[in-house]
Write a protein that binds this ligand. Structure first.
Ligand SMILES: [Zn+2]
Ligand SMILES: [Zn+2]
Length: 280
């Protein structure tokens, strides 16, 4: 029995993908893709079986209202409840990557985008692309300095010239911090290559906030590190629709344009050769 969640309907009159449980028609199939500079063309991966496993995950989320994958046996951790996704915080993306080992055994990887209720790491889910302690150390230090500079600017003895200087220093420090943050993200691909977001990102207008925190990069990087061969990927949104109304509960979406596509070309490089080897 699937318990109905208490949430607002996405758009009236639109059939919800969650309840129809029918596999999407071919034309609606979403893919993960990106341009690879090394090969001079796009690499991509479709949904394949991952869609079916996403519906199973949705059923779990509907029934148990937690991302704890073993809710019957473990003591319930309230921080893992999905309830907050239906409130002020709004929903988030979830994704599944179906893989096989080199020996042919099936393995499914799961991910949520960004943090879940303040947590980067939850057992059974793909970890972030950086070492959490390194990230905390880096940001805590610099944020302290940025706050101190803010106090300096407000101090009555601070001249106009000094204020301008401190403001400029603060801007430079923030820029430097972003660069260091992006260098903590490690991306692995299927040629055994490793890059940071800072070096792998090929978009034109600077690296957007949150690049590398989506499901697709977490999933592909984990698969590459575990020596798994990805077969299909699907990502769906769960919770209250986002404020720009581009994401609705229970619907599937392709990997995003701004953050993911500019790194997925690198991340998916080498996958075609692995697929060719399986099919030989
Ligand atoms: Zn994305
Ligand atoms: Zn390539």
């Amino acid at each position: 029995m699937i318990r109905r969640l208490n949430f607002n309907e996405p758009a009236p009159g639109t059939p919800s993908d969650t309840r129809s449980r029918k596999l999407l028609p071919k034309l609606q199939q979403h893919i993960s893709q990106g341009y690879c500079q090394k090969c001079g063309r796009d690499h991509s991966l479709g949904m394949a079986e991952a869609e079916k496993h996403c519906y199973e995950l949705m059923e779990h989320l509907e029934e148990h209202r937690t991302i704890d994958l073993f809710p019957a046996t473990a003591a319930r951790d309230p921080q893992l409840s999905t309830d907050f996704l239906f409130g002020e915080a709004r929903g988030k993306m979830f994704g599944i990557l179906t893989c096989r080992t080199r020996e042919g055994a099936p393995v499914n990887l799961r991910a949520f985008s960004g943090q879940f209720n303040g947590r980067w790491q939850v057992p059974g889910w793909a970890p972030p692309l950086f070492n959490v302690e390194d990230m905390e150390l880096l940001t805590a230090d610099v944020e302290k300095t940025i706050k101190r500079m803010g106090r300096e600017i407000l101090h009555p003895d601070c001249s106009r010239q000094q204020q301008q200087d401190v403001r400029r220093q603060r801007r430079e420090l923030s820029r430097e911090l972003m660069k260091e943050i992006h260098s903590l993200y490690r991306l692995f691909n299927f040629r055994g290559k490793e890059e940071t977001i800072f070096t792998a990102y090929i978009g034109q207008n600077g690296i957007p906030n949150g690049t590398g925190d989506c499901c697709a990069p977490k999933l592909f990087s984990l698969a590459a590190r575990k020596n798994l061969i990805p077969l299909g990927i699907a990502e769906f949104y769960w919770g209250r629709e986002n404020s720009s109304k581009t994401r609705y509960h229970g619907r599937f979406y392709p990997s995003c344009l701004e953050k993911c596509q500019p790194i997925l070309g690198f991340m998916l490089c080498g996958l075609e050769e692995l697929h060719a080897a399986i099919n030989r």
